[in-house]
Design a protein around this ligand. Sequence first.
Ligand code: FES
Ligand code: FES
Length: 161
Amino acid sequence: MKQLIALTINGRVFELPVDPRDLLVDVIRKKAGLTGTKKGCGQGDCGACTVLADGSPVLSCLTLAVACQGKKITTIEGLVENSGRLHPVQQAFVDHGAVQCGFCTPGMILTAKALLDKNPRPGEKEIKRGISGNICRCTGYKKIVEAIFAAGEAIAKEGVK
Ligand code: FES
Ligand code: FES
């Protein structure tokens, strides 16, 4: 049986009818219409579905939507400023050629944002450890690591959150 829940996604409250078994990834994509969040393996292995809940990365393919009431959910769409300016992590991925097919990119960027929120100047090892749950089948990770490092520099300089 469906129940109406209120989810705060990217600062906007969505009132949505959901089944108690509905997964957050499906509700975000199909009911809130935010298709930037990707569904890859659907079983917690690839990280493509990563979103932030109260600033921490969660795998939305393993998370029930009903469990997210009262939390602030951030998807990749929520990182773009109202002016259209990209978040420094997004901009760095563009500038450093860290995107190929793009399927892993939203989850990778949100994971990186959470990492940089804690420490804007992580070393290479810390970056690699931080994104170890996010699989990219295209890039070989080198440019992704470079982009995250550069984003950290930009954030430390600009003080962006
Ligand atoms: S789709 Fe969620 S971890 Fe792969
Ligand atoms: S850019 Fe294609 S999976 Fe990462």
